[in-house]
Design a protein around this ligand. Structure first.
Ligand SMILES: [Zn+2]
Length: 372
């Protein structure tokens, strides 16, 4: 293998490590790092790391700790530019210099204005060889939540929809079980790799959901649960409120809710945030998302219901859409999973690119990705 091929191979490995941390490193990005040495023509990995839960230690220091003395004279692949600013810990760029690493392969610049090329510059000025832009497109996908938080002041939004073969989400007031066991497991995995799950108040009232990750051994990966609830109608005895001590529950309300009801909810341990309303009297979603980004959230999975999904698509706030379709028909009037004009927008190749359908048990999953 020649050097560029080895660099790509190591970056692929680092990206795989970075994906492991997704959903658990906010407000920081989930980064992966691999350190290797050449023995003749053969690369040997001596250190690997990814951003730890809560956002630190960073991937680079994890990998350096594993490599120890073997890092001296070695190369490192890292999925995002090493940090250059002094936060709670010294910057990774300095740790890399101290460890004696002589070559850095980096996927992309950190869009954070406190870094943005500064990390690479520190390494170069210390005489370290720096190769940038390796697997940049893939790295952008992994870092997208963080990029949106920094650049667009909103988190990444994944929209999950489930429908019957004839296009219904369920019947009024009740969501039908339209997805198989395999689909449910995949949704729970998606919950784990997002920082937060967001639903509208309609879904809370209709389903009284838990919105946790219930895959075996992954309960602690449950993300923050966010309800968009203009008038604070979430019941005190709902599961989201009753379990907010174990899994955080945040409710976004409008300006007209009485301070007394807010206080009662806060006493239960729910975090309440007020934002403005739009002209139609609903929560101003861009304001709500800006607030969530300011609180550090980088990746949101929106799970319902149809009204919130529509508002997000209409306002161009959705980065990817996952539609699960069951082979069974509802066979009568129900609530459409996506109304026709929005389905047109999702299917419009100028807005979203459509992947080949994937079979999950009896269901079919189609993934749409926003085109910039
Ligand atoms: Zn760092």
């Amino acid at each position: 293998m020649n050097a560029p091929a080895i660099d790509e191979w190591m970056m692929r490995h680092a990206l795989m490590l970075a994906r492991r941390g997704l959903g658990r490193t906010w407000p920081n990005p989930s980064v992966g790092a691999v350190i290797w040495r050449m023995e003749g023509d053969h690369p040997f990995i001596v250190g690997r790391g990814y951003t730890q839960p809560g956002g630190r230690p960073h991937a680079e220091t994890e990998a350096i700790a594993m490599a120890g003395e073997a890092a001296r004279g070695a190369s490192m692949a890292v999925t995002l530019e090493p940090c250059a600013h002094h936060g709670k810990t010294p910057p990774c760029a300095e740790a890399i210099i101290r460890a004696g690493i002589t070559r850095i392969v980096s996927a992309m610049n950190d869009p954070d204005p406190r870094v943005d090329g500064g990390g690479h510059a520190i390494l170069l000025s210390a005489g370290i060889a720096v190769v940038t832009g390796v697997l940049a497109a893939e790295a952008r996908g992994v870092n997208l939540g963080f990029i949106h938080k920094i650049v667009d002041h909103r988190p990444l939004i994944t929209l999950k929809l489930a429908q019957t073969a004839d296009g219904y989400a369920g019947v009024t007031g009740r969501q039908l079980m339209v997805s198989s066991v395999g689909s449910k497991q995949r949704v729970h995995l998606a919950r784990a790799n997002h920082d937060a799950i967001m639903v509208g108040i309609g879904t809370v009232l209709a389903d009284n959901p838990d919105l946790t990750c219930r895959l075996p051994g992954m309960m602690q990966f449950s993300p923050v649960r966010i309800v968009i609830d203009t008038h604070l109608s979430t019941p005190m005895n709902s599961r989201l409120v009753e379990t907010c001590a174990t899994v955080p529950t945040w409710i976004i309300i409008g300006p007209n809710v009485s301070e007394k009801s807010v206080e009662l909810m806060r006493e239960k341990g729910v975090l309440i945030e007020r934002v403005s309303l739009n002209k139609s009297g609903h929560i101003h979603l861009p304001d709500a998302l800006r607030l969530l980004a300011e609180k550090g959230i980088t990746r949101i999975l929106s799970e319902g219901g149809p009204l919130l999904a529509e508002a997000l698509v209409e306002q161009d706030l959705v980065d990817s859409v996952e539609i699960y379709t069951s082979p069974d028909r509802l066979g009568r009037e129900g609530v459409l999973a996506v109304r026709p004009h929005l389905r047109e927008k999702i299917e419009n190749q100028r807005h979203f690119s459509k992947a080949e359908p994937v079979a999950i048990g009896r269901d079919r999953l189609i993934h749409y990705t926003r085109i910039k």
